[in-house]
Design a protein around this ligand. Structure first.
Ligand SMILES: [Zn+2]
Ligand SMILES: [Zn+2]
Length: 120
């Protein structure tokens, strides 16, 4: 699949990469649209945002829509929540995973985002 990966400030490269393999509880999503957020522009023009800096090449883009590819929900159109709470901490246990201190976020830090053809 094709992926647009930010390598350094002002340097996004389109490359061929393996299609992700969904793990337990995940679906493969064919990305159909990605919004470009202000934070994506910080990644592109400054190589980071806030405390987060670009250490390794990153696929940015966290405003993602797509269609599930394969499995029991094949063909379902989805909007992707880019935040993945840990699911194990006290905050997650209260049901407020959106406030999880260990949340991972697509297109930020080390977790690839949506500027690619498929994501899990
Ligand atoms: Zn945004
Ligand atoms: Zn948590």
């Amino acid at each position: 699949m094709r992926a647009a990966r930010l390598h350094k400030v002002g340097d996004i490269r389109l490359s061929e990469e393996p299609r992700p393999v969904p793990g337990p509880g995940e679906s493969l999503v064919r990305v159909t649209a990605v919004g470009l957020c202000g934070s994506d522009l910080h990644w592109y023009s400054e190589g980071g945002i806030g405390d987060a800096v670009l250490d390794d090449p990153l696929v940015v883009g966290h405003e993602i829509a797509g269609v599930i590819e394969g499995g029991p929900r094949h063909g379902t159109r989805v909007a992707v929540d880019p935040a993945i709470p840990c699911g194990r901490c006290g905050v997650c246990a209260t049901g407020y995973g959106n406030l999880c201190p260990d949340v991972r976020f697509a297109g930020h830090g080390t977790l690839d985002g949506g500027l690619r053809e498929f994501l899990a």
